[in-house]
Design a protein around this ligand. Structure first.
Ligand code: TYM
Length: 338
């Protein structure tokens, strides 16, 4: 069976972009592939994380994955730091990837901002760790939002260069799965900026733990334009906020974008926002309630993650051994006592 790997950072609240762009697809795909879903704490620390919050954020994101519908018995759910092979393979990939490749990564440029000299080395090498995450399991498919596309191209380049340098077919070239209208959910305050955890405005995003009042308030304040909703998709040209809200509706309702645009044609934003709020509350409130229930049981969540780490290690270790053998690294693990 083909294998999926995907990850999410424990850097704060999960938001609607994470849910519609990633988690919802993970839930849909979980029975058709052999799946690993990872809470990537080693990626999170490429920027400062409060030690008092990292562990609870890791549990909270784990709760989000399960509440969204991932079955921890069927899927391997774990936190990255607990499978040390991620860091081992990332180092090897630091020696495979070229500086020129990393210099092209737009997400580093965005995250490092003007003060590039002061960014951590980890933030710069982040895409190599991400390639290691995927290739450590020889994953064939990676469901992500649009913003991760360039990182996946780099993972493919690394796999190809490793295979070419050593004359092997060790790593498959992983395929991105970037699905549907929700692959890029935009900020509620600015239709040209991605919905993101790092946006300073809480009103820019809907969090998965938001209650009905918060969802209603944020959608009421969501930026719009003065026109009614257009008759067809062509009429969304130059209207990014309208396109975004209709895209969110279509993803939440699981209905084709064209059909939603046709249904809402001619309505005023005020009316449409009411329907959207009703739909968002109906979808998100049960997930938020289940998250709260799971978060109150950290022992259960830790058990899921420990079990996942064990199962992930069992897949990763033989693959790292294969990498060491290919590279001529003297591997004495089998001779050491367990
Ligand atoms: P992260 O934690 O930023 O986001 C997790 C997932 O949510 C998607 N996403 C969005 N999708 C649509 N619209 C948005 N506004 C939006 N914001 C976030 C992301 O595309 C992602 O799929 N580098 C990754 C984590 C990672 C990973 C991996 C992913 C680490 N190793 C290996 C796949 C494979 C990240 O920072 O995602």
């Amino acid at each position: 069976m083909d294998r999926i790997f995907s990850g999410v950072q424990p850097t704060g609240d999960l938001h609607l972009g994470n849910y519609l762009g990633a988690l919802k697809n993970w839930v849909r795909l979980q029975h058709d592939y052999d799946c690993l879903y990872c809470v990537v704490d080693l990626h999170a620390i490429t920027v400062w994380q409060d030690p008092g919050e990292l562990a609870s954020n890791t549990r909270e994101v784990t709760a989000g994955l399960i509440a969204a519908g991932l079955d921890p018995a069927d899927n391997i759910i774990f936190n990255q730091s607990q499978v040390a092979e991620h860091a081992e393979l990332a180092w090897i990939f630091n020696c495979i990837a070229r500086l020129g490749w990393l210099n092209r990564m737009t997400q580093f440029k965005e995250k490092a901002g003007k003060n590039r000299e002061n960014a951590s080395v980890g933030l710069y090498a982040y895409p190599n760790l991400m390639a290691a995450d995927i290739l450590l399991y020889k994953a064939t498919h990676v469901p992500v939002g649009e913003d991760q596309k360039q990182h996946l191209e780099l993972a493919r380049d690394i796999a190809q260069k490793f295979n070419g340098d050593y004359g092997v077919e060790l790593f498959p070239l992983p395929e991105p799965l970037i699905l549907g209208a929700a692959a890029r959910i935009m900020s509620l305050r600015d239709g040209s900026a991605k919905m993101s955890k790092s946006d300073v405005s809480e009103n820019s995003r809907i969090n998965m733990t938001d209650d009905a009042d918060a969802i209603a308030r944020k959608l009421r304040r969501a930026k719009t334009d003065p026109e009614a909703l257009p008759a067809d998709i062509d009429g969304l040209e130059g209207r990014p906020e309208a396109a975004n809200l209709l895209g969110i509706y279509s993803a939440l309702a699981d209905r084709p974008f064209e059909d939603v645009v046709a249904d809402q044609a001619g309505r005023q934003f005020s009316e449409f926002k009411e329907s959207l709020t009703e739909l968002a509350v109906a979808v998100l409130a049960p997930i938020g309630a289940e998250m709260a229930r799971l978060i109150s049981d950290p022992g259960y969540l830790d058990g899921v993650l420990a079990d996942g780490a064990e199962r992930a290690s069992n897949i990763a270790r033989p693959i790292i051994d294969e990498v060491f053998d290919t590279m001529g690294i003297l591997n004495l693990r089998a001779r050491r006592s367990p």
